[in-house]
Design a protein around this ligand. Structure first.
Ligand SMILES: [Zn+2]
Length: 261
């Protein structure tokens, strides 16, 4: 047992709800994920309520090194402006990076133009690129099939690799693009709803079976998954796949050290 003073690597779920009805009702919160990895803090997909959910948990936006947006939909980007302002201490500190698909900045931008100068910089996400923030790197392996420009991420810390599969329709390219000890999957639907570009529980099962992570965390639940009880869905998937599958809870903090045991 080493007594290393390295900070813990954690992922805090500031919300586990996805899609319109969940956002409107806040049965489940919709604040995104706060990563604290190798001492670098990053906010992913600050949906509606992110500022409330993060401050309530004493997560400090002025410590963020970056905000990463998977895509411009409201349930992912609703609080992006307030979080950019918070990260830059109201614009008084010129700091922090924003990583975003280009279409979030173009016509009908979801990020106000007057906030952009507060940032240290903006990097556009593109398919197949790598990015570095502090002690962390991540890639955007493939553009998702979703109505707007959307990317998921493979994050690499000194010790761990994990993937966040953001909103998308299922397609086989996902299997070639994502890997790691941990998969975080946005599962909006219980059953597939073919015309709508979201993952369902059977899609998640396919991803878990093929990609064989040590642990999978399901999140971003729509009403149909909520009615099926996400924790029961996770338990069934664990039994069917032999992989430990967890349903995220609002406020849950996952310590990546769990991947080592
Ligand atoms: Zn979406």
């Amino acid at each position: 047992m080493e007594d290393k003073k390295t900070p813990a690597d954690t992922i805090t779920f500031l919300g586990t709800g996805g899609a319109r009805i969940m956002v409107a009702t806040q049965i489940l919160a919709s604040g995104g994920m706060w990563l604290n990895l190798s001492g670098t803090e990053i906010l992913v997909d600050p949906g509606p309520g992110c500022i409330v959910q993060s401050t309530k948990r004493k997560l400090r936006a002025h410590k963020l090194s970056a905000i990463i947006l998977s895509h411009r939909h409201l349930d992912h980007a609703g609080d992006i402006n307030v979080m950019v302002e918070a990260m830059t201490q109201g614009g008084f500190k010129h700091r922090g990076w924003l990583f975003t698909p280009a279409d979030a900045l173009e016509n009908e931008p979801v990020i106000f133009s007057y906030l952009r100068d507060y940032l240290e910089g903006i990097e556009l996400l593109k398919e197949g690129k790598s990015y570095t923030v502090g002690n962390l790197s991540f890639t955007t392996p493939i553009r998702h099939v979703h109505p707007v420009e959307t990317y998921g991420f493979v994050f690499k810390t000194a010790e761990h690799t994990f993937s966040y599969i953001a909103d998308t329709r299922y397609f086989d390219g996902l299997l070639e693009s994502y890997s790691g000890e941990l998969l975080i999957i946005n599962v909006v639907f219980f059953e597939p709803k073919p015309p709508v570009d979201h993952l369902s529980v059977p899609d998640a099962k396919r991803l878990i079976t093929e990609l064989k992570p040590k642990v999978t965390i399901l999140t971003h639940f729509g009403m149909s998954v909520w009615r099926a009880r996400p924790w029961e869905v996770a338990q069934s998937l664990s039994q069917e796949t032999g992989v430990r599958v967890i349903s995220a809870r609002d406020g849950m903090r996952f310590d990546l050290a769990q991947l080592d045991s």
